[in-house]
Design a protein around this ligand. Structure first.
Ligand SMILES: [Ca+2]
Ligand SMILES: [Ca+2]
Length: 575
């Protein structure tokens, strides 16, 4: 077949011209496919008994998906609770479910991307009705509108589905992060009764001008704010009592709450009920961590309380399921501190006060700066991130970079003009990489007639992939980079060194567990035969493999000669 790919420059210019039959496709059936089926690297975890959490999570690729919008594994739950399809465009439930995620897990979809952890949107029971916050009639398809913290949302599946999903992920060596909401309940609708006044406040609206106006207030007028700042004892909401009575589990739920409050000595204040409910999922299912929703909108001390209970729950689960525990990696808590950027170090500024969220149970924070910074000099970004994480303010903690997300209206490459370059930037950056479902398929982020964040949340474009062409080529690119990241923790957690400005060459080196992981990345190489200096990263005589093309070569006179059709070269020692 003709090589019709023109990978003149994958990054920087981000130019790649693809024909119908790509050379990547031809080669995929060979070396790349074998790599896909090879066992994951066991360095530095799970081979280690006490793996370094910061190292693990900075090296990791986290796949973030909206369960309702990813894959429909069970059409019979599509109309659960009698919800109608009468929402504004992309604002009703669309049928995706836990069974769909399980199917993709079993198919090896996440393995093929080198994914180390899946972050699911919240799966707890959502409000039954809908609400219009100004962007059209909307249902709780996204999971952030809790009605019952102790039940699985019927449109997403059952407890058994959830068990099957987490167990399958663990069998694949993939961790699962639970998206946890403690700041607010779901909106009140004709079908969803209000929470009692001693549980929530319904005003004032947050103005975000200082700490109090970000924390003790409603994010939007329709979202009751849990009184996480109060210690006054409260009773169970009548609506939950009624529901649990109907479901035949009221006595059990009450007994468990009594035991929880007796053990902890906490007052029966709203946040402690929710902490009990959130940590129960960890204890029963073995979730490996939380992604904390709206982490800056409730007191940071609450996060620390939640973390302590979650760690305890995780330890209980491990004790009860020794064969399923992946390794000694502790429970992970990652926060959505909206607007936090790596450059802020450990001081998030509310205006009148700064908070170090890492001191309150957070092991990692989402980095909201990456999508903007990724448009600038790549080496500046790589150098700065590596320095901050290895020697600077963020030594010992993790960040999570992303190019797009479920509520970022200014993603990197919003038009998906360069999904190849976007993948290169994200997956080769120091720090954890969040793939938002569809980044790897160039899923569109703009739709005619759709308002607001729903644009970012369309159903996964599997059909584009089935058609092949560019979408399939984009996926191959993300897969190769994702697996390279997974096989080489040096990529995300190693020391970055620029070796040559143009064409750009850099190395990453990571020493851990008495081993050294080294990679050398060359960008903007011409297609065909190329000779790349290795700047002493690898000694003469060392056999190297290029993960991008599958080609191999031996270092001689400080350089390696390869022939590949691509501008990107991902070198590591042949094992
Ligand atoms: Ca379904
Ligand atoms: Ca709040």
């Amino acid at each position: 077949m003709n090589i019709v790919i023109r990978a003149v420059a994958l990054i920087g210019l981000g130019v790649i011209v693809l024909g119908r039959e790509s050379a990547i496709g031809n080669r995929q059936s060979g070396a790349a496919a074998r790599r896909a089926n090879a066992p994951h690297s066991r360095f530095p975890v799970p081979g280690s008994r006490s793996p370094d959490p910061a190292l693990f999570w900075n090296a990791a690729t986290v796949y973030f998906l909206l369960t309702d919008r990813f894959a429909n594994g069970n059409p019979s739950n599509d109309h659960a609770l009698g919800r109608a399809q009468d929402g504004a465009a992309l604002r009703s439930f669309q049928g995706g479910d836990l069974a769909g995620v399980l199917r993709k897990l079993e198919e090896g979809y996440f393995d093929s991307l080198g994914v180390g952890a899946i972050w699911l949107t919240p799966f707890v029971e959502q409000i039954h009705g809908s609400v219009d916050e100004g962007t059209g009639k909307t249902y709780g398809y996204h999971g952030y509108w809790t009605r019952d913290w102790t039940a699985v949302e019927p449109a997403l599946g059952t407890r058994e589905d959830l068990h099957a999903l987490v167990d399958a992920a663990h069998r694949h060596g993939i961790r699962v992060l639970m998206d946890a909401v403690i700041n607010h309940t779901g909106p009140v609708t004709p079908q969803d009764p209000p929470w009692p006044n001693d549980w929530v406040r319904t005003g004032p609206n947050c103005t975000y001008r200082d700490y109090t106006a970000s924390v003790d207030c409603t994010l939007v007028a329709t979202l009751p704010d849990v009184l996480t700042d109060r210690d006054d004892p409260v009773d169970l909401p009548p609506a939950l009592i009624e529901k649990w009575q109907r479901e035949g589990r009221l006595d059990r739920e009450r007994a468990e709450l009594d035991a929880f409050f007796a053990r902890t000595g906490y007052p029966r204040a709203p946040r402690y009920y929710i902490i009990k409910w959130l940590t129960d999922w960890v204890r029963e299912f073995g979730f490996d961590g939380y992604r904390m929703d709206t982490a800056k909108h409730f007191g940071e001390a609450v996060s620390a309380e939640l973390k302590r209970e979650a760690e305890r729950a995780f330890a209980d689960w491990k004790r009860a399921h020794p064969a399923q525990a992946l390794d000694g990696l502790p429970f992970y808590m990652m926060g959505e501190v909206y607007g936090y950027e790596l450059s802020q170090g450990r001081a998030y500024n509310f205006g009148d006060r700064t908070v170090d969220f890492f001191a309150y149970g957070y092991d990692g924070l989402i980095n909201f700066g990456f999508k903007r910074e990724a448009a600038g000099s790549l080496d500046d970004l790589f150098t700065r991130y590596s320095a901050a994480l290895r020697e600077g303010a963020l030594r010992g903690v993790a960040i999570l970079n992303y190019i797009s997300s479920h509520d970022d209206g200014s993603p990197y490459d919003r038009d998906r003009a360069d999904p190849f370059g976007a993948g290169t930037r994200l997956l080769l950056a120091p720090g954890g990489a969040q793939i938002y479902y569809g980044d790897e398929l160039a899923r569109p982020l703009i739709f005619a007639g759709v308002q607001g964040d729903a644009n970012l949340r369309s159903f996964m474009n599997w059909r584009d992939l089935e058609r092949g062409g560019t979408t399939a080529d984009v996926l191959r690119h993300w897969r190769i980079l994702g697996r390279f990241r997974r096989a080489h923790p040096a990529v995300g957690a190693g020391l970055h060194r620029r070796l040559q400005a143009e064409p750009y060459i850099f190395s990453r080196t990571l020493e851990a567990d008495g081993r050294v992981d080294r990679v050398l990345v060359a960008m903007d190489q011409g297609e065909g035969a190329k000779t790349i200096p290795v700047f002493g990263v690898f000694r003469d005589g060392t056999e190297l493999v290029d993960a991008y093309s599958g080609e191999r070569g031996t270092v001689a006179s400080g350089r390696i000669s390869l022939t590949s059709a691509f501008g990107l070269v991902l070198l590591s020692e042949r094992r």
